[in-house]
Design a protein around this ligand. Sequence first.
Ligand SMILES: *[C@@H]1O[C@H](CO)[C@@H](O)[C@H](O)[C@H]1NC(C)=O
Ligand SMILES: *[C@@H]1O[C@H](CO)[C@@H](O)[C@H](O)[C@H]1NC(C)=O
Ligand SMILES: *[C@@H]1O[C@H](CO)[C@@H](O)[C@H](O)[C@H]1NC(C)=O
Length: 499
Amino acid sequence: MFSLDHLCVYVLITAYDFDDFIWSTATASYQIEGGWRADGKGLSIWDKFAHTPLRVFNDDNGDIACNSYNKVDEDVAILKQLKVTHYRFSISWPRVLPDGTTKHINEAGLNYYHRLVDALLAANIQPHITLYHWDLPQVLQDIGGWENETIIVKFKDYADLIFSRLGNKVKFWITINEPYNIANVGHGYGAAAPGIFRPGTLPYIVGHNLLKAHAEAWHLYNDTYRAKQKGIISITINSDWSEPRNPNKQEDIDAARRVVQFYIGWFAHPVFNGDYSNMMKTIIQERSLAAGLLKSRLPEFTPEEIKRVQGTYDYFGFNHYTTVLAFPVKYGNLQGAGTIADRTWLDSGSSWLKVSPFGFRRILNFIKAEYGNPPIIITENGMSERGPTDLNDIHRSYYYEKYINQVLKGIKPQLNLESYLLDNVDIRGYTAWSLMDNLEWATGFSERFGLFYVNHSDPKLPRVAKTSVTLYSTIINCNGFPDPALGPHECLNTVPEGT
Ligand SMILES: *[C@@H]1O[C@H](CO)[C@@H](O)[C@H](O)[C@H]1NC(C)=O
Ligand SMILES: *[C@@H]1O[C@H](CO)[C@@H](O)[C@H](O)[C@H]1NC(C)=O
Ligand SMILES: *[C@@H]1O[C@H](CO)[C@@H](O)[C@H](O)[C@H]1NC(C)=O
């Protein structure tokens, strides 16, 4: 048996020919902005969730967060220090549309995003904007939120406003971030806003409306804005990779396949291949009937809807953090799947995140094979720490080094070199999560993903570089890893002849 991932050789690969490779970092509005009532902003479901006692660790909230609403210059300065080519951030829907609809546009809130975009462009950093990163206007939640299909046209109207106002300056768009988590965590077990505990049917209804809302925003851009604004737009899908717990057991292999189809496949299959996968449809149907329901919990797309959703991508936006090991679990006569982590994988500051870099390369290859070799932009990847602050974040540096190395092994060979080392996956960019320590959703400020430390004991909330900033900016500067034979920051810049 031979696999690169089991070689004890640290293979360094330089992506020096990727002139246009996206090296980015990311944040989300509720996690960093603060200014929760500033200048006419409406409330979001996260404002309400975080103000409800016992929902967020330590009852932390994003009222001030990193105060990015008042720190455009500081945020752009640290992005420059990092040398990123792009910056991924999200727009707070209720900051721009306090009552959720375009009947009332909050120009002051919109101005924040104009200032940010202008400062980024002046620094030669391309904005990569997420329209929806989880902070739904609370007034829309009050009429059902993502459960109510009238949300689809409201999301489209919101997208229309943002394209019309910012689209002449912004070329990179994401409609919706991590529909899996919105559906499952927000509406299944309720550990994120809107905090609804209704596992079973509700997550599938929410997922269905998220897919349709994404598709409408994508078509709007494709039909109305693309010719003039010349940008690209997609959805960002998150998924762990899943391996069989025992690779010599067929039932573990089958369980691992089910986990992958129910995770990445739930949203990727309709967008890239058309409709939900047969595996999802069959299993959910069987389980629903076994539970005494008259029809499947999974809603059906009509043939017209399948066509409307399929192909609504310009790239595969992909968030990835970790790998799980799958094994079968019986529900009566039906097969489910459970997951565990390998005990040899290193911990992070988050219980769900184990350091397992090899899975990144596997799932990138899976995306290539399963979804027709789409261009991929990795829109999130990173790790957390917990406990006392150590600016020398060697664990994060280790994580980035190993994970980015797996990405580079997956990239297509350069210069038509035949190489058994590389997988020819069409990877166009990498985004480190996150620019700075911020409100990590329900775990508050206790889990910190930042490249930059934010000192919450200091009212000025200064951003201070951790050691991983040096590592990441070196990788960006070299467009790959520094040359192992040279100094720690020296690039492998000898481009082979014939380029
Ligand atoms: C769904 O939203 C519409 C308005 O967009 C509202 O009239 C209706 O009452 C909502 N349905 C529910 C169940 O809240
Ligand atoms: C996107 O727009 C182009 C140009 O109008 C059109 O040819 C194409 O069919 C559209 N794509 C989809 C999936 O509708
Ligand atoms: C955070 O700020 C406080 C108050 O200014 C200061 O005493 C402390 O040293 C800072 N911590 C770090 C790690 O910089």
